[in-house]
Every structure is written in C-alpha cells, then in structure tokens.
Design a binder for this molecule. Structure first.
Ligand code: FES
Ligand code: FES
Length: 167
C-alpha cells in the first residue's frame, strides 16, 4: 500500500492489520510518535490524519485511505520555522520529560484548527491526552498563547490584504 506521511509518499509492504503506529515508528522510522498504553487511552501515539487527531496504536494501517495525508510531529514545522503551537510550547516550557508531548502538540494543533480561540473548558474537553508529569497547566497556557499568535497572524494578513486592495 501507499501512504502519504508529512507530504512524502511511502510504498509499504506491510500487513493491513499492523497498527499505524508500528508503521510510522518501525517501518518509516519516524520515532517522534510514541507508544505508551497501546489501548487508545493516553494519546502518546497521536498523529493527524487529514487534520484530525488519531490514536495510531489502535488504528490498523489498512483502515487508512491511500489518499489521506498523515502528519506526525516531524512534519509540523517548515524547516526551522515552528508552528504557533510549537513556538508556544517552547515559550511556556510545556514539556517536563517530554514523552507525551508529540501527541499533545498534535492534539492542540487539531483543536486550534477547529476552535481558534478555545476557552479553558474547551481545552480541557478536547485535550484528553494523558501527561504523567502533570504538565496540564502549562499546556493550557501554551494553547492560549498559540491561539493569540494565530489570531495576530490572521489579523496582520487581513490588514495586508486590505492595504493591497487599496493600491
Ligand atoms: S499509546 Fe496509543 S493512546 Fe496510548
Ligand atoms: S511531559 Fe512527561 S509525560 Fe508528559
């Protein structure tokens, strides 16, 4: 089968029931996506499939459409340019041990794409990933900061568009 991961096509000779997590980590060698509970409970293995957060430890690779775009933590930044979520994570020093954080960042990315300015309650409802280090308060702060940064970027782009229209 063929899958697109971080914009790159991969031809894979794997059994359809193999968890997508094993394919990503052991076949494609993208090890930023982590294995922890193995039963869809913790979110450490989260990636985005067409922008939606998916727990890959319980997702058979054969269930993923060949036309889907899979994004792992390695595919978020463009070169050295971090996404607003990644930058906010750094600014607010969200990680402690870091193990859960790839999944947390991808879950937050999906949340902000659907709810650009979430309330604390919306963050708590959407962010069901588990952190054994208890980084939840910093994650919440980082999500609010990323939301502000995204809104700022959009406002700046809208301002630029308006001034271009006037020319
Ligand atoms: S390892 Fe997949 S949800 Fe925990
Ligand atoms: S930062 Fe250690 S498990 Fe979340």
């Amino acid at each position: 089968m063929r899958l697109s991961i971080n914009g790159k096509p991969h031809d894979l000779d794997v059994e359809p029931e193999m968890p997508l997590l094993w394919v990503i980590r052991d076949v494609v060698n993208l090890t930023g996506t982590k294995f922890s509970c193995g039963v869809a409970a913790c979110g450490a293995c989260t990636v985005l499939i067409d922008g939606q957060p998916v727990r890959t430890c319980v997702t058979p690779v054969g269930s993923v459409s060949e036309t889907a775009e899979i994004t792992t933590i390695e595919g978020l930044a463009s070169g050295d340019e971090l996404t607003p979520v990644q930058a906010a994570w750094v600014e607010h020093q969200a990680p402690q041990c870091g193990f859960c954080q790839s999944g947390q960042i991808l879950a937050a990315t999906a949340l902000l794409s659907q709810t650009p300015e979430p309330t604390d309650e919306e963050i708590d409802a959407a962010m069901t990933n588990i952190c054994r280090c208890g980084s939840y308060p910093r994650i919440r702060k980082a999500i609010h900061a990323a939301a502000r940064a995204q809104a700022e970027t959009l406002r700046a782009a809208a301002g630029e568009g308006a001034s271009n229209d006037e020319r």
